[in-house]
Design a protein around this ligand. Structure first.
Ligand SMILES: [Zn+2]
Length: 296
């Protein structure tokens, strides 16, 4: 049987602000570990977040550049997970009330041009980073990255191959670059993505069992990984096997997807409204001012 690949992407882009999303700590890279931290981004008792206006401006500009509809009111939520990368025990994200809905990108694929639609654009904070210790056995945490503003762009599952996903990311990067939002070198970790991938019989509309491949850092890795994962799924289905819904990462050396260890697959994550931040109301004149800034 012939299968059709169905791919949706969640792309994370670090916004080029000088300070973090909810505190005044620097976002500059290259600092000594755990030196760009404060009670707010470490979630110490009594510390309260305060939203960075520049991050909102960049996020609105990005959403407009992608043709999205900026919502006049959006809200923040806590995504609680047990992970050493989260000093607060949660990340502040946007769940049911994102910054913008819709939008799309027109792409020239080898078999003709197609418009890939976006689901939503959210403003979120980054988690900390785990670093392997020099002895190879220990793991260290660096919270300099925790709290850096991220734009999360979610596509509809309309991409059909690793190549298409790669072309989409290249176009997205070009659009954000032109809008002055993305950094020039996406492989420096300022643009990364998670990909949901499933197969279905060619021509059908049903949804197959999905695998989520996390933390893809380069456009080439996206293409290679998704093509390999589609092949793996097709082999299992052709042999009459059953796929298991799983989160995994790409082992670049062995060229295979590997399931994430239990507890790192976000199945244990819970959301609830962030009580320390008011809903964010964006006046029409502010949104229009951001639109004008894009065209200057
Ligand atoms: Zn801080």
């Amino acid at each position: 049987m012939e299968y059709e690949t169905v791919i949706g992407l969640e792309i994370y882009v670090a916004l080029p602000t000088r300070s973090k999303l909810f505190c005044g700590c620097s976002t500059a890279g290259g600092a000594e570990p755990n030196t760009n931290c404060c009670p707010v981004c470490l979630g110490l008792p009594g510390a309260l977040p305060r939203l960075n206006r520049r991050a909102v401006e960049f996020a609105v500009m990005a959403a407009l550049a992608l043709g999205g509809t900026v919502q006049q009111e959006c809200r923040f939520d806590r995504k609680t997970c047990f992970s050493p990368r989260l000093p607060k025990g949660y990340r502040i994200v946007q769940c049911d009330h994102p910054l913008a809905l819709g939008g799309s990108l027109e792409l020239d694929f080898p078999d003709g041009s197609r418009r890939i639609k976006l689901e939503r654009v959210c403003l979120e904070e980054e988690a900390g980073r785990l670093v392997r210790g020099g002895d190879g056995a220990s793991v260290l945490v660096d919270y300099n990255r925790a709290g850096i503003p991220l734009l999360k762009i979610v596509t509809k599952p309309e991409l059909r191959s690793g190549r298409e996903a790669c072309l989409f990311l290249e176009k997205l990067h070009a659009v954000l670059l032109e809008a002055g939002i993305a950094a020039v070198k996406p492989e420096q970790g300022v643009l990364r993505c998670d990909a949901g991938i499933s197969l279905r019989p060619a021509g059908s509309q049903e949804t197959g069992t999905r695998t989520e491949v996390r933390n893809l850092h380069s456009f080439c890795a996206v293409e290679e990984t998704l093509n390999a994962e589609a092949k793996r799924q097709a082999e299992i289905l052709r042999q009459g096997g059953r796929l298991v819904m799983a989160a995994c990462h790409w082992d670049g050396k062995r060229k295979v997807t590997v399931p994430l260890p239990a507890g790192e697959d976000s199945s244990g994550c819970r959301y609830f409204p962030e009580p320390d931040l008011l809903p964010l109301r964006l006046e029409r004149f502010f949104i229009e001012a951001m639109r004008r800034r894009l065209t200057v």
